[in-house]
Ligand binder design. Structure first.
Ligand code: IMP
Ligand code: MG
Length: 177
């Protein structure tokens, strides 16, 4: 049986995402930006963040596979879906649900930087700073969280719980990470 404990409420998330959108709006000073969402976890965050950015915004999506159904990173990142358009000369903001070891974002960053964008920034809703093994940081961070497995607001465990409005710690009796 899975037990869920609320870590960050939907109200806290909404306030923070509005702040992040205002920062992005200010930083890009009227220039267009393209948000690249990492499927599937970042979709809900991207949808909310985009509506707080007062700029010319377009979307694209990328999908990678690394976790399978386990709670631990496999160490292998595989591209499942690339972006649809060239990002050359554009202001790219990579939108990710959670930055953990950094393996996923280092892989995606290298892939996207090969397009030679005008600028490249990372927005992560959640950051498990203590888990980082790669030299990467997000330019816009929602919340720094402890090393616990979380679900909700787009984040899943084996495909479940993405629709929870709050970010919750998943406490299971078995299969502890
Ligand atoms: P990293 O490559 O180790 O930084 O892992 C980042 C990816 O793992 C993110 O895209 C998340 O989707 C996933 N991930 C890491 N921690 C969690 C968690 O606590 N809950 C759900 N997904 C997670
Ligand atoms: Mg993910």
């Amino acid at each position: 049986m899975d037990k869920l404990r609320v870590l960050i409420t939907h109200r806290q998330i909404a306030a923070k995402v509005a702040e992040m959108g205002a920062s992005i709006t200010a930083d890009f000073a009227g220039e267009p930006v393209v948000l690249i969402g990492v499927l599937k976890g970042a979709t809900i965050f991207l949808a909310d963040l985009a509506r707080h950015i007062q700029l010319d915004v377009s979307f694209d999506f990328i999908a990678v596979s690394s976790y399978g159904n386990a709670k631990q990173h496999s160490g292998v990142v595989r591209l499942v879906k690339d972006v649809d358009q060239s990002l050359e000369g554009r202001n790219v903001i990579l939108v990710e649900d959670l930055l953990d070891t950094g393996l996923t974002l280092v892989y995606i960053k290298n892939l996207l930087q090969a397009h030679q964008p005008k600028s490249f920034k990372i927005a992560a809703l959640l950051d498990k700073v203590s888990r980082r093994s790669e030299p990467i940081h997000a330019d816009y961070v929602g919340f720094v969280i402890p090393d616990e497995f979380v679900v909700g607001y787009g984040l899943d465990f084996a495909g479940r719980y993405r629709n929870l409005p709050d970010v919750c710690v998943l406490e299971s009796d078995s299969d502890r990470a």
